[in-house]
Design a protein. Sequence first.
Length: 376
Amino acid sequence: MAPARDERLMGLALIEAERGRGRTHPNPVVGAVVVSGGRVIARGHHAQAGGPHAEIVALREAGARARGAEIYVTLEPHDHHGRTPPCSEALIAAGVARVVIGSIDPNPLVRGRGVHRMRAAGLEVVIGVQKVNCDSINESWFKFITTGFPWVHLKAAITLDGKLATASGDSRWVTGPASRLRVHQLRDQLDAVLVGIGTAIADNPRLTVRGVPGGRDPIRVVVDSLARLSPRARLLPALVACTSRAPPARVRRLEKAGSIVLRCRGAERVDLEDLLRQLAGRGLTSLLVEGGAALHGSFLAQGLWDELSLFVAPKLAGESALSWAGLPGSTSMKDALPLRIQSVDSATFAPDLLLRARPARGTRSTAARGGRTPPR
């Protein structure tokens, strides 16, 4: 076990890492602290792709005091030339004596190379301090970098009987202010937000971030097989996923409105797996899927999801109201889609509750195929 001192100082680096949440794609979130004489003398986090990494920010703040110091960093310092020079070389050049690392970079092309270089240069390197927490903060990036798919987070606001709107389609508002604010926080933290064409037409949403200090709008994505979206839709400009059957005139109209049209596989409907690959190819590491029901059902049925947030209001909408998950009905309970409940929060979002779930172990999830060249 790591000494309590190392655990505590890595905790400070974890806090630093979170300051970059939602701003670093296609890179991970990383935090670092420099310690000398038992005191924290510098802190840093990765703020955006192409900018200095956490280690460099902290080293610059420490200056000459970095010589002989320790540095705590949540992710293994990279050892290759990407948009920025290798952080492992910078740590060696700065004269740091001890490097404490939370997570090893999971990419097979780079895993352990930074550790090897620093140890070969005589630095003391400690691995795995607060590993569970350091792995957790980059769960979505780990999936992205090893599989070529973004992390997919499904979200729905529903009544106690599982409805997202009344029979007339009215959904304002299913849940209360605290739940709606949390959705805006999720938009701020994830790289992109996706809706289906039915939701885009019926609700004409903006899909922006509101009520979050310093909030950042996600990339908007619409699944629109036939390019039916109006060029005056409030969520534009966006990435619009179409099939080859989309009329060229409609495609040009959306492009003229500033959108980028993604041509996806699929005859009648957009192939979601192909869409996810294309989004990852654009450096989008995480995706918030806000519906509607048919889209949620497709992600669930195909196993193309990683996390689910259900905001449940203490209301009953009745049998004719619209269900949130457009799945075919199971003929027997053993055929029902199993989930793994992760947490239930009935206090933070009162009078609503937030139920978080993951795919049940053993069920299909987005397959890991190939790897990615590290974007860092």
